[in-house]
Design a binder for this molecule. Sequence first.
Ligand SMILES: NC(=O)c1ccc[n+]([C@@H]2O[C@H](COP(=O)([O-])OP(=O)(O)OC[C@H]3O[C@@H](n4cnc5c(N)ncnc54)[C@H](O)[C@@H]3O)[C@@H](O)[C@H]2O)c1
Length: 353
Amino acid sequence: MRRKVAVVGLGIGRAHIDEAYSKLPAHWEVAAICDTDAARLSKVGGEFGIARRTSSFADVLGMADIDVVDLCTPPALHREQLLAAMESGKHVICEKPFVTSLAEMDAVETAAAAARGTVMPIFQYRWGDGFRRAVRVVRAGLAGKPYNATVETAWRRDKDYYDIKWHGTWAIERGGCLLGHAIHIHDMMQELMGDAASAYANVATRVNPIETEDCAAASLRMTSGAVVALSATLGSATEISRMRLHFENVTFESGTEPYAPGNEPWRILPRNQATKEAIDRLLANHAPYPIRFEGQFRAYAEALDAGGPPPVTLADARRSLELITALYGSVASGMPQALPVPASHRGYRDWRP
Ligand SMILES: NC(=O)c1ccc[n+]([C@@H]2O[C@H](COP(=O)([O-])OP(=O)(O)OC[C@H]3O[C@@H](n4cnc5c(N)ncnc54)[C@H](O)[C@@H]3O)[C@@H](O)[C@H]2O)c1
């Protein structure tokens, strides 16, 4: 079935159109776009031939033919726009960070339980064939006990990035490299290693004169007992994202494309011949699938057609926000922070310092 989507916010929203919706015409039609910036609205509308353009989010919610609202606005707006879009009865997609506290997550989960439409957070990095192969090996139980992982986000952000006024601010971005940038690979790591049970973080602002952190190093203990080292910086001369994950039977080495570390080449290194043969059998039929936004939006369309849950769920968004809350909670206290973070914790409502 072909569904009509309205894209709200045309920064990364433009990439949703370019990378995904325009490549999936059997599933999606971008029937409307919305942005408070008139120049952006006109530029993107012209580029993709989208006639219906508005600067009013309320207008979008009133468009009876729109099936899906895709929220690509700055983080501080997500909660309010998610609640309003769900209330309108439409399906909703929302960019990362999905919301900006666990208390906001509670409100969205409550509303979603009563909503007519589905809600899908964005985690497009999961769509990459190397990562998909690794997930299959872990889910089939072939990797065995998780031991240890190192996870790196080495990106570069210069002055031009901070010319967008909300970047680097606690008021609107709500966090730095841990929240805005490393969130993707940390989601991928937890998909493979399971949930974090405690987090200890050090952060620093050393690369640009901003409010939020642009360097971070953290140590996690997972519920399995495995231990994980996270490293994130926005001050790398060249950009990579990279993971190395060690399990009882297998070591996984990710690809290193900064914005698509799920892409091949991934190295899946079995510890013994029996595991190698089992992995070869499991992956013999492995079929490629589109990457990044195209993969996620195709999987969402297929889920909607089948009446199943979205391919990224509210539980996934919650897990990523639990980790962020714990990391910032640890920064605030100087101590390790246990997960799940209790509702009585100050950071549950607001993780900002
Ligand atoms: N998934 C990813 O890889 C990825 C990459 C970049 C950004 N993001 C996320 O996407 C979101 C947007 O980031 P961005 O980089 O595109 O920012 P941006 O500032 O470039 O674009 C946001 C747009 O929203 C518009 N806007 C603001 N308030 C609005 C409102 N009330 N109604 C309609 N439009 C409004 C702005 O005019 C702007 O054009 C953020 O949550 C960010 O973290 C995700």
